[in-house]
Design a protein around this ligand. Sequence first.
Ligand SMILES: *Cc1c(COP(=O)(O)O)cnc(C)c1O
Length: 363
Amino acid sequence: MRGIISRYRDLMPPEIQAISDDKIVTLGEGGTPLIRAKNLEEYLRTQNPKFAAQVWLKDEGVNPTKSFKDRGMTGAVSYEKSIGRAAVACASTGNTYGSAAAYAKKAGMKCFGLVPEGKVTPGKIFLASMYGATTIEIRGNFDAAFALVKQLKDVGVVNNIHPYRLCGQATAAFEICDKLKRFKRVPSYHFLPVGNAGNITAYWMGYTLYNKMGQIPFAPAMMGCQAEGAAAMVLGRDIENPETEASAIRIGKPARREEATRARIESGGRFYSVTDDEIKEARKLLVETEDVFCELASATSVATVIKLNRFGRLDFWKMVTVVCTLTGSGWKDLDTAFAQFIPQKSIVIEPKLDDVMDVIRSK
Ligand SMILES: *Cc1c(COP(=O)(O)O)cnc(C)c1O
């Protein structure tokens, strides 16, 4: 199985390059679709007739455990395995834990997830348990779990503070540039949901490296997108009790605040916040226009584009290239989806051909 490390081996840090391909723990992560969102562009034009930008969606929900976390986990778990560790642990709002559990199982290691009690979607806990991991619920929020996990001894802590996680996540930026190059495009703006601020740091690492190597003539402005009730980067201070239904980004004390701030300044980007209602609207619109079903947190990027377009805040009237990352799949976040989408009632009939045909003709 080929994952991101084998594909971008030359761009990995020496410590990862020192691990041979057969010792790399991979589930075949990366290589995710970058979709030109023409129907979404059409919608944005109805909102603002001057809209002339291209919008591309990087669908990270198709990774092995259905979020971008897999890109980082292959490096982190491979490294912990290579130094002989028997167990990994993480604090998580769900996706890091699911990913850690899967990669740990592949490596024959134990996995422990410290999660905020009652605040992680059941699908994510289920996934991790299925992979044999141990769930430890903390009577507190993610930030409390994270403060704890950092103090653990003798286990590999695979949160985004791990030295070899972000180098893997940076490969998403390489993939985007590689694909857009075929269309003679370079990202102008990159919109990304931000929680603990690791991924925005990783993307910026990736883009700056590619820029330095001459693969892209310029790097995009990094646009960090947060939920209004958990907008620690927008406000420029930590939040004691972050609140949002987008549970993957319900984080009040971003671990990579400094690096993410630097990414914003160096790239000429900004942090924005949107309401939970705007996030839900965007998620629905993504299903309707582009057939992509992402989790709530992921829709924050598109919700921000919609909001900025409505107010004409950016130069979207130019032929700029906008990339939005959809960080995770909707299939692990079904309870919020059930609450939002009213399922169509099924039609119950006798097992008769005429009755089936009646239904078909009636539609
Ligand atoms: C982890 C995660 C985020 C936030 O990424 P950070 O690196 O913590 O900023 C956003 N969306 C989803 C779906 C995630 O799993």
